[in-house]
Design a protein around this ligand. Sequence first.
Ligand SMILES: C[S@@+](CC[C@H](N)C(=O)[O-])C[C@H]1O[C@@H](n2cnc3c(N)ncnc32)[C@H](O)[C@@H]1O
Length: 225
Amino acid sequence: MEKLSKISKIFNKLYYNIFVESFKKKLHFNFPSNYFRWDLIQYLISKNKYSDYLEIGCDQDQLFSKIKIENKIGVDPYSGGNVRKTSDDFFKDNKKKFDIVFIDGLHTYNQVKKDILNSLDCLKEGGIVLVHDCMPDSLSKQAVPRYRMIWNGDVWRAIVDLRHREDLEIFTCEMDQGIGIIKKETNSSILKIQKPVIKLKFKDYFDNYKKYLRVISVEEFKKKY
Ligand SMILES: C[S@@+](CC[C@H](N)C(=O)[O-])C[C@H]1O[C@@H](n2cnc3c(N)ncnc32)[C@H](O)[C@@H]1O
């Protein structure tokens, strides 16, 4: 994972809190303590007999090494996985199709949106795209530029943005930092908000995250998929 110097942390924190937003309240989520991203992915692989897995952002293979499937590709420019590239470079040359993609690379709105759209382009019929880190509980965990190590970034904006599309059915599962679930199906609940996504503040997310992200529990998820 990229290093964050002490000076960047201090500078970014001051910059964010003075020029972007300062907001102290924290959200309290009900993330299960015994069900994690690898459980959800393995559940989907078994249930749908998936054979091709792609992970964007692998770090120390905390997840990648656990996934049992016929074919797996893990993309990371620095460590882990089996392809040493940025996601953009990978998708530029990729000709393979995948059943399930887990996006967990650079946690910024623009990059995650690109990773989602590129993943959808190489998704097999019936496939699914999962997006990690959709539910930051505090402003410091979502601030871009980043100023702390435990960081979700503003991945949530990519989910809010794509929830406007008619051809994508999107939920967010309340587990393991919030996992976005994206299928190429008719959107049964189009999100309508007036402000451009980039203008939304953490306070807007704090007040509306259940509606913005269409949050569901693991049990509800398993009833649907
Ligand atoms: C949070 S870690 C991934 C953790 C892992 N997926 C897991 O479940 O534990 C994020 C990773 O994304 C990688 N990364 C950063 N920028 C990237 C990019 N442009 N494309 C792909 N991966 C990127 C980092 O090197 C880092 O290892």
